[in-house]
Design a binder for this molecule. Structure first.
Ligand code: UTP
Length: 265
């Protein structure tokens, strides 16, 4: 099944990366030689997407749009059309995804959070597409979480015990904490959604933190028996915090310039 469109929400406030994000949006913070969001668009392109819808904020979103359009397409991204859509207020990740509905126009789509980067050689989108029964069912990427991470991520409820490969899901809870977590498998920022997610997002009430939570719509998919998970064999890199950005820079830097990084540390 080939998925032609990817939605990349990049309109969050990035408060954990202050002061870097006072002017520059988090998605434009550099990892080695390119902004985080470019890695996400490149990853979507490797999975066959020809259209990337980037959800941007009102103030600095034009910078993201310019990054992909100024002086023509970026090398390697000539076949990808990058289209911005504005989220006027940061009302939550679920709200950001819903802003792309009219541009997705009824197609199954990848969704990538640009502050999670895949490790080189460890793409996950093809496995999500392979598990989607020809784009008929949504598939979310999962990783086992340590207890302290269960209050930071969405956590899924599983219908089976799998710890690797595909797993049927019955629901999801945002940031449940270790006491209330229905499993130890967390949502790690890569999804393949059928367009039915948009109807569920329309019905979603503000959830944790007063935001429209993507996890609540994922929960509704699970309750309808319309959700699968795929447990990735490796962790993604999280650039949304200072220590995560440093770690991602070292991992990707070692991949690109092994000797320099090894000599420096
Ligand atoms: P985060 O939970 O990392 O939120 O969002 P954030 O606001 O960007 O960062 P902090 O917590 O203040 O440091 C996950 C993804 O969802 C996007 C973000 O840009 C990020 O890619 N997002 C979040 C939106 O596009 N809009 C929102 O209203 C919220």
């Amino acid at each position: 099944m080939s998925i032609e469109v990817a939605v990349i929400p990049a309109a969050g406030r990035g408060t954990r990366m202050r002061p870097a994000t006072r002017v520059v949006p988090k998605a434009l913070l550099t990892v080695i030689d390119r902004p985080a969001i470019q890695y996400a668009v490149e990853e979507a392109a490797r999975a066959g997407a020809t259209e990337a819808i980037v959800v941007v904020d009102l103030d600095a979103g034009h910078l993201i749009a310019q990054h992909f359009s100024l002086e023509g397409p970026l090398p390697g991204l000539e076949d990808v059309r990058v289209r911005p859509v504005v989220q006027e207020e940061p009302l939550g990740l679920g709200h950001a995804v819903a802003e792309a509905a009219h541009m997705v126009a009824g197609r199954p789509f990848f969704c990538l959070l640009s502050d999670n980067l895949v490790r080189p050689g460890h793409d996950v989108l093809p496995a999500l597409a392979d598990g989607s029964r020809d784009g008929e069912v949504s598939v979310v990427c999962l990783r086992p979480l340590d207890d302290d991470m269960l209050s930071k991520y969405g956590v899924v409820a599983t219908g089976s015990d799998a710890t690797e490969g595909y797993v049927e899901l019955t629901g999801a809870v945002e940031k449940p904490g270790p006491e209330k977590a229905p499993s130890r498998l967390g949502l790690v920022g890569r999804y393949l959604f059928t367009p039915e997610i948009f109807g569920l997002l329309e019905d979603a009430e503000p959830g944790v933190g007063g935001e429209i939570q993507l996890t609540d719509a994922i929960d509704a998919l699970g309750r309808k028996g319309r959700l699968r998970g795929w447990v990735a064999p490796t962790d993604l890199l999280d650039t949304g915090t200072p220590e995560g950005l440093l770690h991602a820079s070292i991992v990707l830097g070692r991949h690109r310039y092994g000797d320099i990084v090894d000599d420096a540390v």
